[in-house]
Design a protein around this ligand. Structure first.
Ligand code: MG
Length: 158
């Protein structure tokens, strides 16, 4: 049995698109990043590499590498899926937490879950997406950043 844990945090800034799990969410601010800043996909892919025992997201996709500048984070998912395939492994289940003070994500959770499931080729019942605030504490609570945590378990693949 293999399990990986992933974490990421990105700063919010004006004039950026807010992408969570590949879903574009209307908000006054978006996430800064070398890529598209999709903090949820980054945390999940980080967890995949953890479960593989193959480092972290930054080891595979350096933020100094021009190839990933402005990259759609679903590219990282595709690369992670290829790494799994090479090892004859596959994702069994993903659970995740988005920690954001704003915007309120309740009405987007289902769309985010569908998008993550589709990116990883999983049924909806194999993906968890939870959203919470930081109760006003710290940078996340002040609306300066959004963080995500993820856990991924692997199974035998083809
Ligand atoms: Mg990141």
């Amino acid at each position: 049995m293999r399990i990986g844990i992933g974490y990421d945090i990105h700063a919010l800034a004006k004039g950026r698109k807010l992408l969570l799990g590949g879903v574009s969410i209307p908000h006054s601010h978006g996430l800064l990043g070398h890529s598209d800043g999709d903090v949820l996909l980054h945390a999940i892919v980080d967890a995949v590499f953890g479960a593989l025992g193959e480092g972290d997201l930054g080891d595979h996709f350096s933020d100094k590498d021009p190839r990933w500048k402005g990259a759609d984070s679903r590219m990282f998912v595709k690369e992670a899926l290829l790494c799994l395939k090479k090892r004859k492994l596959a994702v069994a289940h993903i659970d995740s937490v988005i920690i954001a003070e704003a915007p309120k994500l309740g009405k987007y959770k289902e769309a985010i879950k569908k998008s993550v499931a589709s990116a990883f080729g999983l049924p909806l019942s194999s993906v968890g997406v939870k959203a919470k605030t930081n109760e006003g504490f710290d940078a996340i609570g002040r609306g300066e950043a959004i963080a995500c945590q993820a856990v991924v378990s692997l199974k035998k693949g083809k």
